[in-house]
Design a protein around this ligand. Structure first.
Ligand code: IMP
Ligand code: MG
Length: 177
């Protein structure tokens, strides 16, 4: 499935796991004794969400949202709409948004503000990967697995036109165009 001429391994499954363990330890410490709601951002975050959840020792509920801003293109469009909303009442609860990668930040900014307006106790963000140099809007990201350069990545939930999400490791595209 992975054409080695076009893709180079960027993070192995072991590096990904070590990164998640470090992030999970911080979350476990910060939310000890608290009730948490994890809000996973579909589709890309489903793999990270599953692995992160299994490293958490705090109590949590699981929710998912699906937002459209990317479509099939590789650039964020700037207009965000909700395709699937959370089903739980988050009033008075600690919310942690779970994202696999942040690029422009537009998707997250929209979601962050929207969840915040529903009266939770707190809203924070955890992302596995952060393309910090691509940020166009300011969004407070509390937990970052790894800061990365501007590269188009696939695998571990990240897709190339809906394919490759199942790859256990993360690859980058050598020839993006
Ligand atoms: P943003 O709104 O520009 O921050 O877009 C973030 C979303 O775009 C992520 O949650 C991913 O779904 C997608 N995305 C950003 N960079 C990549 C990438 O390198 N590979 C695959 N999807 C990506
Ligand atoms: Mg995503």
């Amino acid at each position: 499935m992975v054409d080695e001429r076009n893709f180079t391994q960027y993070l192995s499954r072991h590096e990904i796991d070590a990164t998640i363990q470090q992030v999970a330890e911080r979350i476990n410490r910060d939310y000890a004794g608290e009730q948490l709601v994890l809000v996973g951002v579909l589709k890309g975050a489903f793999v990270f969400m599953a692995d992160l959840a299994r490293h958490l020792t705090v109590d949590f509920d699981v929710e998912f949202v699906r937002l459209s801003s990317y479509g099939k293109a590789r650039e964020s469009s700037g207009t965000v709409t909700i395709l699937k909303d959370i089903s739980a009442d988050i009033r008075g609860k600690h919310v942690l948004i779970v994202e696999e990668i942040i690029d422009s930040g537009r998707t997250l900014k929209f979601l962050f503000e929207r969840l915040r307006s529903s009266g939770p106790k707190s809203v924070e963000i955890v992302t596995l990967l952060d393309k910090e140099s691509k940020r166009v809007v300011d969004v407070p990201v509390k937990y970052v697995g790894r800061k990365i350069d501007d590269q188009f990545l696939i695998g571990y939930g990240l897709d190339l036109e809906e394919k490759c999400r199942n790859l256990p490791d993360i690859y980058y595209l050598k020839y993006p165009n």
